[in-house]
Design a protein around this ligand. Structure first.
Ligand code: NAI
Ligand code: MG
Length: 499
């Protein structure tokens, strides 16, 4: 790994250290408590902005605004064409302002600019996809068998007020992913961004207003998860929660949702297997194995963090992955050529560094990395070296628990039947990868793996039209794809006696 020691200073209107406020009912307002929290650049520790800290009172105000906006039909009863026009305008604004939005996320949570900028096609494409779905809403006419003349059909109706709770690991994409589908379905939204990276959500809220979205249709309330997030999850007037984040918080949200039986979709953690067979195109698999785990400094829910390697190539292949890893450039994400930025926060840093000790204590070998990076000014940020643990056994914590840092656990395998069982021996089921040139083997694995996505000879590809989501404790519900709309719709059956 090479360490990039250049330290850039922030350059963004949202990063002037000033106060950014809550968006409620079409206006930017202070938190009712007057409280604020600091948003820091994880690469430098510098203050980017102070952010109004919403609590249960602000959530109440935002939910009331979203409820009024839903009930009076200013959005849900607007003609699909007109909703589409507004959402398309928003997509255009996201495209125009994309560099700025990307830079903001890089400053706020550390993801290298190459990656945030590279997300242009994805974020703009996603918003255009959801804008397109607006005019596809439809029910069915259904033949029934009741004696006499009865006509039956279904109406698809927006579920109502949606609470969207998003994490910090891909902030502006997460915003569009959640809000785009909810708006296409005709819902209104209260979104709580992650406290580590709230800024792009507030800017996108501003752009929605500029695009002509009526007041109150999308409200953005930054705040602490256990306070503002919990209030939203428990709120009796919220009809649905769409959540992305940790499995433990997903469980808390599910419990909180019981009061009014709100609908819930959950996109949670993972410990995804990435399997390399000896018959793979190994040149491609080397980079694939490393980047599946290290991209975005490992802060990706579907990261391929259990690297299964066929035993007869284990040592040679892993040495090549180690060599590739040593060549990765780690530093401030604003700098050209940097491939891995810091992790998002001191908490996340401590969590990852702790796993270095856990892995060593369990008897895993650190092949590369295994330490915090503190050279020069990197010491002010939260940098860790991309890390490969070898000699990992399935029962070790580093093979079972989501670390959410640039850490991969390499595990040898011999037998294919046994491998399927081992790959599936996890409470998670989000992503998976298979590297082989054998078509039969590829399809066999695609079917056998209990996970929402299987990538064959590639990893972590995402597209607006392709559904994404989890099996088992990685959550439920699918985001992306035409079925994403269904997560925000109720189905009503209508019966008419026609004679
Ligand atoms: P988290 O799941 O606690 O936070 C995600 C979002 O939920 C944030 O907006 C947070 O404010 C909110 N939240 C927290 N507690 C809440 C509650 N009781 N009720 C409602 N909302 C709440 O994740 P956190 O603490 O940022 O990271 C901890 C670990 O979670 C990471 O190390 C990683 O393993 C995992 N994680 C997984 C993500 C994924 O994409 N699947 C994203 C972020 C974290
Ligand atoms: Mg948390």
């Amino acid at each position: 790994m090479t360490v990039d020691k250049r330290v850039s200073s922030p350059q963004h209107s949202y990063s002037d250290g000033g106060l950014k406020r809550l968006l409620i009912d079409g206006r930017f307002v202070d938190a009712t408590s007057g409280r604020t929290f600091d948003s820091l650049n994880p690469a430098t520790g510098e203050l980017l902005a102070r952010v109004s800290e919403g609590d249960a009172n602000d959530i109440d105000l935002a939910v009331a605004a979203a409820r009024r906006a839903f009930n009076d039909g200013r959005w849900s009863e607007m003609k699909p064409f007109d909703r589409q026009t507004i959402l398309s305008r928003f997509a255009d604004l996201v495209e125009e302002r994309h560099d700025e939005i990307a830079r903001m996320d890089t400053l706020d949570m550390g993801m290298p600019l190459s990656r945030t900028m590279g997300n242009r096609r994805r974020s703009v494409g996603m918003m255009r996809f959801y804008a397109g779905l607006t005019t596809t809403l439809r029910g069915d006419t259904i033949e029934n068998s009741i004696p006499g003349d009865y006509f039956t059909y279904t109406l698809k109706e927006p579920v109502g007020v949606v609470g969207a709770i998003i994490p910090w690991n891909n902030p502006h994409i997460a915003f569009i992913w959640k809000v785009g589908a909810a708006l296409a379905a005709g819902c209104t939204v209260v979104l709580k961004p992650a406290e580590e990276a709230s800024l792009s959500a507030l800017l996108l809220g501003e752009l929605l207003l500029e695009a002509g979205l009526p007041d109150g249709v999308v409200n953005v309330v930054p705040g602490v998860g256990e306070v503002a997030g919990a209030a939203l999850a428990a709120h009796p007037d919220v009809d649905k929660i769409a959540f992305t984040g940790s499995t433990a918080t997903g469980q808390a949200i599910l419990r909180a949702s019981a009061g009014n039986l709100k609908r819930v979709t959950l996109e949670l953690g993972g410990k995804s297997p990435n399997i390399v067979f000896a018959d793979a195109d190994l040149d491609q698999a080397v980079a694939g194995a490393a980047l599946a785990a290290f991209a975005n400094s490992g802060q990706v829910c579907s990261a391929g963090t259990r690297l299964f390697i066929e035993r007869r190539i284990y040592d040679d292949f892993l040495e090549r992955v180690a060599e590739f890893t040593r060549g990765l450039s780690v530093g401030n994400g604003l700098n050209d050529g940097v491939q891995l930025g810091p992790v998002v926060s001191k908490t996340q840093l401590d969590r990852v560094v702790n796993y270095f000790a856990v892995g060593r204590d369990e008897g895993a070998t650190v092949l590369v990395g295994g330490e915090r990076l503190v050279e020069g000014e990197l010491a002010n940020g939260y940098f860790v070296a991309p890390t490969i643990f070898s000699d990992v056994r399935d029962d070790m914590r580093v093979a079972r628990e989501e670390i959410f840092g640039p850490v991969v656990s390499a595990i040898a395998f011999d037998d294919v039947d046994d491998l399927i069982a081992r790959a599936n021996a996890t409470s998670f089921g989000l992503g998976s990868g298979v590297w082989t040139q054998n078509v039969a083997k590829a399809h066999r694995f695609a079917k056998a793996i209990r996970a929402g996505s299987v990538w064959i000879n590639c990893y972590n590809l995402m597209d607006p039209a392709v559904p994404f989501g989890g099996y088992k404790m990685s959550g439920y519900g699918r985001e992306g794809g035409v079925q994403h709309l269904d997560e925000f719709l109720e189905t009503k059956a209508v019966w008419i006696k026609t004679s």
